[in-house]
Write a protein that binds this ligand. Structure first.
Ligand SMILES: *Cc1c(COP(=O)(O)O)cnc(C)c1O
Length: 429
């Protein structure tokens, strides 16, 4: 039986998975981490034929008996119903494409699974939730899509009007059952402030408000599954494999660490960061733990995180020494990102989005510095068509297109513009 304790609780008092999932953040402000790591026979993924099957075999070790197997079976089949192929770029280098879900980024894996798990527990309790999210990018659309149609949960999305790209906006505002988008006449900080104020406002305390940000354990555990599924698809990798993870909030990397700890040994992780470089600095011994930096804007904007919240979780799971032995980090500028995108396209024909390009550049540097010849899998985090301008400019080709994004322009929308004030948000709730 695995319990989950808050990173800020010295007593390590465990709560159930259900409680950790429905609370998201612990009351003391900490993040939930498992009180021990299950040891799982690799047969559970090596013999699986779909990622849903990996989920059905592996998640019960984390959820103990809290979700009946038949329920979990339908949850993972419904949530993880899209491909996630390993694509070989050259000898010893593959990418794991995580962008074939409905909103075309890896966030779909976590958001879709978490939404269905929450729906199960809420229905059992006869409770409802209103999920409030302030978003500037991939998280908002993955959460909107993941939770749409789960009838115990309503989603209210706040985004800064005119401050997200046209494609991103379209992904946020298309009509979805149980989802409302609010275009705030302000910036992202206004959206975040309004959400925070709403959570503590006494006049709203009767509403079952909840959040779905990337620190929820329910989003993290599903993110360990695709590492296992990558190895299952490519038997050679079961012998020896390294993963390179384009990183911002460190949720994706933490998923990989959990996947390795349960029984799929990974020799080295490479944490590929853009100009937001706290974590590479920490790994190299140039920064103390928690000496975070202000966020800077880059072309890989889903990784623009100055203070990665999952660092606190990694720090609870691994000693600093272990982190530094196991994870190698580097910081990649926008110029180096776009150069690597062009180089990869010219030498392999592969169209990598800006986030994946940060990973490909980091991997090249790692190999040059260490001479390590272990086969590498770089996580390909988003579809290039989500970043048409950057890709087109870097490669001198027409803007990449993708049918799922094109179809968005035909769909009905559901969005209302509001003033950047708590009062305006209140009248919507
Ligand atoms: C969220 C995101 C990242 C960063 O992942 P973290 O879990 O925050 O480290 C990287 N690339 C894309 C495309 C993303 O959407």
């Amino acid at each position: 039986m695995i319990g989950y304790y808050s990173t800020r609780d010295p007593q390590k008092n465990p709560v159930s998975f259900e409680e950790a999932l429905l609370k998201g953040l612990a009351s003391d402000g900490g993040l939930y981490v498992p009180d021990h790591i299950p040891s799982i026979d690799p047969k559970n993924w090596l013999e699986a034929t779909t990622i849903a099957e990996v989920g059905l075999n592996v998640l019960p070790y984390w959820l103990s008996q809290e979700v009946p197997l038949a329920v979990l079976d339908s949850i993972v089949r419904d949530a993880l119903n899209f491909p996630c192929p390993v694509v070989k770029l050259e000898e010893g280098l593959s990418v794991l494409e995580l962008f074939h879900g409905p909103t075309l980024s890896f966030k779909d894996f976590g958001a879709r699974t978490m939404a269905r798990l929450m729906q199960y527990f809420l229905q059992k309790r006869g409770e409802k939730r209103i999920i409030l999210v302030a978003t500037s990018g991939d998280t908002g659309s993955a959460v909107a899509d993941g939770f749409a149609g789960q009838d115990s949960i309503e989603v209210v999305l706040l985004y800064p009007k005119g401050k997200v790209s046209l494609v991103q906006e379209r992904q946020l505002i298309v009509w979805r059952p149980g989802v409302r988008a609010l275009a705030v006449a302000g910036n992202f900080d206004d959206c975040q402030r309004m959400v925070k104020e709403a959570f503590v406002d006494p006049e709203l305390s009767h509403l079952p408000l909840s959040s779905a940000n990337s620190i929820n354990i329910g989003r993290l555990l599903p993110q360990s599954l695709y590492y296992l599924w990558a190895v299952a698809q490519t038997p050679l990798l079961a012998e020896r494999v390294n993963f390179c993870v384009p990183s911002g909030n460190l949720g994706n990397l933490t998923g990989g660490i959990l996947g390795s700890l349960v029984g799929q040994p990974v020799q080295r992780f490479v944490a590929a960061h853009n100009d937001n470089h706290f974590f590479p600095d920490f790994l190299a011994g140039r920064a103390e733990a928690y000496h975070f930096l202000p966020t800077v804007a880059t072309v890989s904007n889903a990784m623009d995180v100055g203070s990665p919240s999952n660092f606190e979780r990694l720090y609870a799971l691994l000693t600093p020494q272990r982190m530094r032995e196991w994870i190698w980090g580097t910081t990649v500028s926008d110029a180096a990102t776009l150069e690597r995108m062009a180089h990869t396209y010219q030498t392999t024909g592969y169209l990598a989005d800006p986030h994946t390009s940060v990973g490909l550049e980091a991997l090249a540097r790692y190999r040059e510095q260490t001479g390590d010849t272990t086969p590498f899998v770089v996580l390909s985090c988003a579809h290039p068509a989500k970043f048409p301008e950057a890709v087109s400019k870097a490669l001198g080709i027409p803007e990449p297109k993708e049918a799922a994004l094109e179809a968005l322009w035909e769909q009905e929308t559901n969005v209302k513009t509001i003033e950047p004030s708590l009062q305006a948000l209140k009248s919507e709730l």
